[in-house]
Design a binder for this molecule. Structure first.
Ligand SMILES: [Zn+2]
Length: 241
């Protein structure tokens, strides 16, 4: 089983927005990651990075100049520049934020998208769209869907397991690939699993703390747990082969 980390862009925003206790005056540049899992006949993309069409003007692209005006986007290569998206067997979305779902419009509609049912429903509820800063433009196209409820053995052989880790968003999930856990935004930084200095916003900070504790315990148990946006750790390359 091969697991690869891809860089799918960068966003810059006030540091304090993404890490409690830091300054809102200081900008911070966050890497945006996607992952490719290859095992047996499967080619599974986990998250899709930033939308290439949104790079130049995120506020204008999403029609949200106020919220998105806080963010600068950069992208050297989209997921489409790095992976033949036609050959994917599945896309797993950890959650529906624009830095994880932005590349989805590039993926053929016939490739099944796997997401927690709770997240998908929140992403189609106007109130929750607003409170969670979802940008439905990235996931509004009709697609093949696999909606799951809670933990889920994705391939039925224990190799790839979806872990329910809600809090950052209503139906956030992490993905265990062998000995590696793609934690996504349960914690933006490696330290977040202990210090719980989460972003200023969340669907439910208490649930996020419980999810962080869950992943912390997996890390203590010997698994490698990857945070969502830690520039010290999220380097592109093959993680396991
Ligand atoms: Zn994120």
């Amino acid at each position: 089983m091969k697991l690869q980390l891809l860089n799918a862009g960068w966003f810059t925003c006030p540091y304090g927005l993404m890490r409690q206790g830091e300054s809102f005056e200081e900008p911070f540049r966050f890497p945006v990651s996607a992952f490719l899992i290859e095992t047996g006949g499967q080619r599974i993309l986990v998250d899709t990075g930033l939308n290439p069409a949104a790079i130049a003007d995120p506020g204008g692209f999403y029609g949200q100049p106020e919220a998105m005006g806080l963010f600068g986007f950069e992208q050297e290569r989209s997921v489409a520049d790095q992976v033949d998206l036609e050959t994917l067997t599945m896309v797993v979305l950890t959650h529906l934020h624009w830095d994880h779902v932005g590349g989805l419009p590039q993926v053929p509609a016939s490739v099944p998208v796997v997401v927690q049912r709770r997240e998908w429903e929140a992403g189609h509820d106007p109130e929750q769209v607003q409170s969670n800063f979802f940008m439905p433009r990235d996931y509004e196209r009709e697609r093949e869907l696999l909606l799951v409820d809670g933990d889920h053995d994705l391939l039925g052989d224990g190799t790839v397991e979806l872990l329910s880790t809600p809090g950052h968003t209503p139906g956030h999930q992490s993905v265990r690939v062998g000995e590696v856990v793609i934690g996504a935004d349960v914690g933006h930084f490696a330290a977040s699993f202990e210090d719980h200095r989460f972003p200023a916003f969340a669907a439910d900070h208490e649930a996020q703390a419980r999810s962080a504790q869950r992943l912390y315990e997996l890390r203590e148990g010997g698994l490698t747990v990857l945070p969502g946006h830690d520039p010290e750790l999220m380097h592109p390359g093959v993680l396991t082969s």
